[in-house]
Design a protein around this ligand. Structure first.
Ligand code: AP5
Ligand code: MG
Length: 210
């Protein structure tokens, strides 16, 4: 099963992709997480992309495609995968189709911009395992500590309000056209992302089926 998660920054792609990954036992491939790990480890790629990410701009396509297509070729992707944050523009979607054929589901999580700015203010993330929390709606059991790996939670550098606003602009300009692109291919399912996390998830399960 090949799934693409589509949606604005902060729409809940990562939150839902993590739950789907457990449910269907297929890997969640988050380009944002892969990039943040490279930055944390200060690899050559990490050094090259740090500025783009911190400014809320896209990483150049050739670097992104290289990372994603190599990841998809790994053995754990044989039964499928969930792409969380890729493709993000038409060129990436075309490259994905050329390389992997048609996707099974494109799940578009829809949330209006004002709510997103508010969500990002309260997001905390685990730099070790990449899990996301929301201080009000999805808090960790122990204050500021990841439920899964015990690491201290932190705030993403690109979650500053002005950077979130730039990410939203980039999303509307470059990613939103993918909604029509996938609609035309009859692959798009739009879900109201303003519902509770579990309600969004139940809707996704109902759409995908067993
Ligand atoms: P990436 O990490 O993918 O960031 P993003 O798309 O901006 O999305 P986010 O991860 O911020 O949000 P999300 O939709 O996953 O929401 P989440 O579940 O965390 O990318 C980061 C950067 O990497 C990009 O800006 C770009 O520079 C680069 N990049 C990545 N992919 C690229 C590509 N393909 N091409 C080029 N560059 C690329 O939820 C958000 C918050 O809300 C959390 O606090 C969560 O707990 C909470 N929440 C979630 N659902 C709900 C709900 N239903 N109700 C209440 N709260 C909720
Ligand atoms: Mg995410």
């Amino acid at each position: 099963m090949k799934i693409v998660m589509l949606g604005a920054p902060g729409a809940g792609k990562g939150t839902q992709a993590a739950k789907l990954s457990l449910q269907y036992a297929i890997p969640q491939i988050s380009t944002g997480k892969i990039f943040r790990d490279h930055i944390k480890n200060q690899t050559t790629l990490g050094k090259n992309i740090e500025e783009f990410i911190n400014k809320g701009l896209f990483v150049p396509d050739e670097l992104t495609l290289d990372v994603v297509l190599n990841r998809i070729r790994k053995e754990d992707c044989l039964n499928g995968y969930i792409l969380d944050g890729f493709p993000r523009n038409i060129q990436q979607a075309i490259a994905l189709k050329e390389n992997q054929g048609e996707m099974d589901f494109v799940l578009n999580i829809s949330v209006q911009d004002e709510l997103i700015i508010d969500r990002m203010k309260y997001r905390r993330f685990c730099p070790s395992c990449g899990r996301n929390y929301h201080m009000l709606h999805l808090p960790p059991k122990k204050e500021n500590i990841c439920d899964y790996c015990g690491h201290e939670l932190t705030i993403r550098k690109d979650d500053k309000e002005e950077t979130v606003k730039r990410r939203l602009l980039v999303y509307h300009e470059q990613t939103q056209p993918l909604i029509e692109y996938y609609q035309k291919q009859n692959l798009l399912f739009t879900i109201d992302g303003t519902q509770k996390v579990q309600d969004v998830f139940d809707h996704l399960l109902a759409l995908i089926g067993e």
